[in-house]
Design a protein around this ligand. Structure first.
Ligand code: IVH
Length: 675
């Protein structure tokens, strides 16, 4: 043996040992410590070595037998026919290679057609019916011998206890053995975990484990409390005349007898091209389902051909699973960081030993909140399962407690804000912890990020780094300060050349004229995004009317929730909100509703500056009034100012107006101008 051969032989032996151990944990103990994807990777690596070096295939290799051992504490059942598994394809090339492989085993003139079905990520079950009555149900077990879980299966509503379910349906065969997959729908799974958290019980890491746990209960009353679902896809055995002989008809036949079959998601194809295109449509669509699939299954439609192709190990040659990239991996939780959001909410996140999930290296993942960390008993140093699914930000599913070594440390919320050291507060009945400081610099950074974001004021060129720099250097104290930035404020910022400064100031200027619903959304009132903002403005004549709207008025708007109504009233009751709105107005941000009928154009083209306290109008009411008649508000007096509206205790703006000879008017004079 060469040295290379020796090391390959060692690797194969090592893989065999690992696979044996993990399939024992999975099938027998029901307590896997690696994810399915990781298990698949080990298995594939071994299968590859063996296919290239058949001399390395040991008789006890896991590739040479069917599944794990059945668990010991449930009665055993011998299956009528082997309950097979599937080999995997991880891309189109694997499917084409499969087609070539089987092509070589079939007569030259064979044409094939195929059925594609969802690959349900659940637990395989075998259901036996005699003369139309459900008599026995079993798990797959090792493929030859399973566990009798008849009473548990009877609790599943989707499972027909008698076929045909419709008395006018086709007559039942004398004997029918049907295979299907039992699974949890996601809302039911989440509800189960919520209840378990409430009862102080450990939560399930995924719906499949939860389904397995529910089905293998010794007490079916516990199964009955868990709303499991079923999808059927195969006739394993049967006695009767008209049993279908092509897979497409099997699905329809089972459906006709009253079995749950997902016909809507199954397709028949004559060619692999359109078939693969169909499979690819599921890469994103899978996340719209309310249950989990881990791929799709391609089956040769003609079951005689399917049978004739035989089996390799436990995998029939006539079908193949097209697996999506694994969405879960295990890795180590190195540390927990804390973000502070614009509302002050503290959000913990996991700092992870980097791990590749579905082609992306994940170093950080969400930890939801501190209650969730406690409920799942996630500790520093734990091996954790991380999930990255579709558009969802990667999150920590839970710890693998069996891999604890003893040095893992509990995770507690910080005593003070990690950014400004202010005390942390928590409102009774809420899960979130808050930084108590409204002027926390981190909250400011986040609110500016929110203000400039696409859905809000959409200001290009203000990335997180620049925002941080502006805040750290004290050039911005609130979002309104953006509208008072001069080129001088930006000139010495890192990477800011003249052109970039011009562009940024132009982008800020453009945002002064955003539609009012955007401005309203950008203010960040809880529950008020652009859609709710637009709804509000549809029903209220002006921004001013919104400021003064009562809770009753707001709740009377169709589609308006009472909580959002409270949030809006609270926001406008806060003097800081008014100060901010005033400052934004002075900075030139328009609060004029687009398309709203202007009250008049009597003040068109005239710029006003307001100073001091007016006798009856609030400052933003006066601003709204001026704007509704076509006037503009600015913050400082210049030769372009048409009038200064002055109240009690005016500031230096009055002096400036006098110096420049700008007319100064009172509130009454303004009102007179308008009537
Ligand atoms: S067919 C010969 N069809 O996936 C029949 N299996 O990874 C072989 N599965 O053990 C199975 N959805 O438990 C088939 N539509 C489907 C399936 C499906 C899920 C499971 C099944 C199998 C495993 C293989």
């Amino acid at each position: 043996m060469t040295q290379a051969d020796q090391s390959l032989a060692r690797r194969a032996a090592d893989l065999r040992e690992q696979i044996h151990y993990h399939s024992y944990r999975y099938h027998v103990l029901d307590a896997p410590i690696i994810t399915d994807g990781e298990f698949d990777a080990l298995y594939q690596e071994l299968a590859k070595i063996e296919s290239q070096h058949p001399d390395l295939i040991a008789p006890d290799s896991p590739t040479q037998r069917v599944g794990g051992e059945p668990r010991s504490d449930l009665p055993k059942v011998a299956h009528a026919a082997p309950v097979l598994s599937l080999s995997n394809a991880f891309g189109d090339d694997d499917v084409l290679a499969w087609r070539t492989r089987i092509g070589k085993l079939l007569p030259d003139d064979t044409t094939l057609d195929y059925v594609v079905e969802l690959k349900f990520d659940g637990l395989s079950v075998v259901l036996t019916y005699e003369n139309g009555v459900f008599v026995q149900g079993a798990t797959r077990g090792n493929g030859e011998i399973g566990e009798d879980i008849t009473p548990n299966l009877r609790t599943i509503n989707a499972l027909p206890l008698r076929i045909p379910a419709d008395p006018d349906g086709p007559p039942p065969p004398a004997r029918l053995v049907v295979r299907g997959e039992v699974f949890f729908r996601l809302p039911a799974f989440e509800e189960l975990n919520r209840q378990r958290t409430e009862n102080g019980e450990p939560t399930f890491v995924n719906p499949r484990n939860a389904a397995s746990g529910a089905l293998r209960q010794l007490d079916p009353r516990i199964t009955a409390q868990r709303p499991l679902d079923l999808a059927c896809y195969q006739i394993l055995d049967g006695e009767g005349s008209d049993l279908p002989t092509i897979q497409w008809n099997v699905l329809h036949y089972l459906y006709g007898l009253g079995f749950p079959v997902m016909l809507d998601y199954s397709r028949h194809f004559d060619d692999l091209g359109p078939l693969l295109a169909y499979i690819h449509t599921w890469e994103d669509r899978r996340h719209d389902l309310d249950f989990e699939i881990d791929g799709l299954v391609i089956k040769i439609n003609d079951l005689a051909i399917f049978e004739s192709l035989g089996v390799v190990g436990k995998d029939p040659r006539g079908a193949i699973a097209y697996k999506f990239p694994a969405e879960e991996r295990t890795t180590r939780l190195l540390d927990v960081g804390v973000n502070v959001g614009r509302t002050g909410v503290l959000s913990p996140y996991a700092i992870l030993e980097p791990v590749e999930i579905g082609g992306v290296t994940v170093k950080q993942a969400t930890l939801h909140n501190f209650d969730d960390i406690a409920a799942k008993d996630i500790r520093l140093g734990d091996t954790v399962i991380v999930k990255r699914s579709g558009e969802v930000i990667p999150y920590v599913v839970g710890p693998v407690t069996d891999l604890r070594e003893g040095a893992e440390q509990p995770i507690t919320p910080p005593d003070s804000c990690p950014f400004c050291r202010s005390p942390i507060t928590r409102t009774e009945g809420e899960v979130a912890y808050y930084c108590s400081n409204p002027d926390c610099p981190e909250r400011l950074v986040r609110s500016i990020e929110y203000w400039v974001s696409r859905g809000a004021m959409d200001i290009d060129g203000l990335g997180e780094r620049i925002v941080r720099q502006l805040v750290d250097e004290g050039r911005i104290h609130d979002v309104a300060d953006l509208y008072f930035l001069s080129p001088d404020d930006l000139i010495d910022l890192e990477g800011f050349a003249e052109k970039k400064i011009d562009n940024l100031l132009a982008a800020i200027d453009a945002s002064r004229r955003r539609p009012l619903e955007r401005v309203l959304a950008a203010l960040g009132i809880k529950g008020v995004g652009t859609t709710v903002a637009a709804l509000l403005l549809d029903h209220l004549p002006s921004f001013d009317a919104l400021i003064h709207a009562t809770q009753e008025q707001l709740e009377a708007i169709p589609g308006m929730g009472p909580l959002t109504a409270v949030n809006i009233v609270d926001f406008f009751a806060d003097p800081r909100s008014h100060a901010l709105i005033d400052k934004l107005r002075s900075g030139g941000v328009s609060f004029q509703a687009e398309g709203k009928q202007a009250a008049s154009d009597r003040l068109a083209g005239q710029t006003f500056v307001i100073t001091g306290t007016l006798p009856t109008l609030l400052r933003d009411e006066a601003s709204a009034l001026i704007e509704s008649h076509g006037g503009k508000i600015t913050g400082s007096v210049s030769s372009k100012t048409a009038y200064v509206l002055a109240g009690e205790n005016p500031g230096s703006k009055l002096d400036k107006a006098n110096q420049l000879g700008i007319p100064v008017i009172t509130e009454q004079e303004l009102l007179d101008m308008l009537h």
